[in-house]
Design a protein around this ligand. Structure first.
Ligand SMILES: [Zn+2]
Length: 429
């Protein structure tokens, strides 16, 4: 185990410890319980015993003890805390994006992150992956939440998105001297330069590497949605990240970018709009995850069709093209057996609306249970957190949510989360 990895393991253990209120025991009495979405088994009348932020045991019937608190969820459906594998927690996209970039400091973004973290946790998402921010605010937020200073989901953070010069992650539409001021340390050209940028992101604190493998819908440039990095650059990025113990995920719409990234050994694809038969073959051969971000597709379709929306003409043309294709993409991938993890790209949609993705996944052909797995057991596996979060078993984090109705009958019930515990602490909205 590398030094960085042992540090990460230590940080995780500390986060669980720091979140614990006291050495008291909490008895969560659950009317119905889906403890392990991988099995899909729903049990009745169980008590989850929680101590020091972790699940100690799950007992039959409704029990309590002299040393503890009782949480009465006897009329609720209880399941593991949800995982959103694609958010941008420190901002939301909107009409003032272009000005915002020139006036907001890292401190401003951190404050917004604190506000958005509450919304996301309140919606039942106890773990998220943040796949790209302007600056180091995300690392301060991640660490502040882990230390129990502010409430929010556990954050797996990518830092800056790695992009080719002139690619989706570069800055456009300002005077040249403003562009120079706004550019981030995320740009590279050529394999060696890309190795340098990956190492630099990890040095700054990235838990995961995010790369833009193709053009993007919301970038203000008519550069299409195809491959942007060369195969050689993608090989260098993935190899360097893996050598340093980091997973790599790629923003990708066009099939050429999806396929080049999977050939390079990348771990997952975000969006995947135009994936083809070869993409599906590669996903399955490599065991890579697809994060379809259907809520982002749904949101940009609305913006693209709105004559008064704030999108530039270049972005609008891409939005109306991409949005409607995403449901079909997810349907094809799921039907072919590609592994799917839940991710919304919230910042495009509003933070706190994350659970709307469940309904869209079901529309794309997943059963409610499969959609729940994408946000629990599969999400944890995708983020390298299997055995820690995503199910309710002894030794795992006490990340527990509840709804009044049965989400296996009506998945939209997950938009009405009525109880949230993270790391053994009840979150009060
Ligand atoms: Zn995104």
């Amino acid at each position: 185990m590398s030094f960085r990895r042992s540090l990460a393991a230590l940080a995780f253990a500390l986060a669980l410890t720091a979140a614990a209120p006291a050495p008291r025991t909490t008895y969560i009495q659950a009317g119905r319980l889906l403890a392990d979405p991988a099995t899909g088994r729903v049990e009745s009348n169980k008590t989850i015993v929680v101590r020091d932020g972790r699940i100690v045991e799950i007992r039959d019937g409704f029990v309590d003890g002299p040393d503890g608190d009782v949480v009465d969820l006897r009329d609720r459906f209880v399941l593991p805390g949800l995982i959103d594998s694609h958010v941008h927690i420190c901002h939301e996209n909107g009409p003032d994006d272009k000005l915002r970039r020139t006036v907001q400091t890292a401190s401003d973004l951190a404050i917004q992150g604190v506000m958005n973290a509450r919304k996301i946790l309140g919606a039942g998402f106890t773990t998220v992956a943040d796949l790209g921010e302007e600056n180091e605010a995300i690392f301060a937020l991640r660490d502040g939440i882990a230390q129990g200073k502010v409430p929010g989901p556990r954050i797996v953070a990518a830092g800056n998105v790695i992009s080719p010069h002139g690619g989706e992650g570069d800055v456009f539409g300002y005077r040249p001297e403003v562009i120079r001021a706004l550019q981030r340390p995320n740009l590279c050209s050529g394999a060696d330069d890309c190795r340098r940028v990956v190492r630099q992101q990890i040095q700054r604190g990235a838990d995961v590497i995010k790369v833009v493998a193709t053009g993007a819908v919301l970038s203000d440039i008519a550069a299409g949605l195809g491959q942007q990095f060369t195969q050689e650059e993608l090989n260098a990025i993935v190899g360097t990240a893996h050598n340093l113990g980091r997973r790599v995920t790629a923003h990708a719409h066009g099939a050429n970018g999806v396929n080049a990234f999977l050939i390079a050994g990348g771990d997952s694809i975000e969006h995947g709009t135009y994936l083809d038969a070869e993409s599906i073959r590669l996903f399955k051969a490599k065991g890579a995850y697809l994060v379809p971000t259907l809520l982002a597709g749904d949101t940009v379709t609305l913006w693209g069709n709105d004559p008064n929306s704030f999108l530039s003409p270049a972005a609008k043309a891409k939005a109306v093209e991409v949005g409607p294709k995403m449901l079909d993409m997810a349907r094809r991938a799921h039907a072919a057996g590609v592994k799917i993890a839940f991710g919304t790209d919230s910042s495009v949609s509003r933070h706190g609306d994350n659970a709307r993705e469940f309904t869209l996944l079901v529309r794309a052909g997943l059963t409610p249970l499969e959609a729940i797995r994408a946000a629990t057991t599969s999400g944890a596996d995708h983020l390298g957190l299997a055995g820690k979060v995503g199910a309710l078993k002894p030794g795992m984090a006490a990340d527990i949510v509840a709804t009044t109705g049965d989400p296996l009958a009506d998945v939209s019930m997950l938009q009405k989360i009525s109880f949230v515990m993270k790391g053994g602490e009840v979150f009060e909205r």
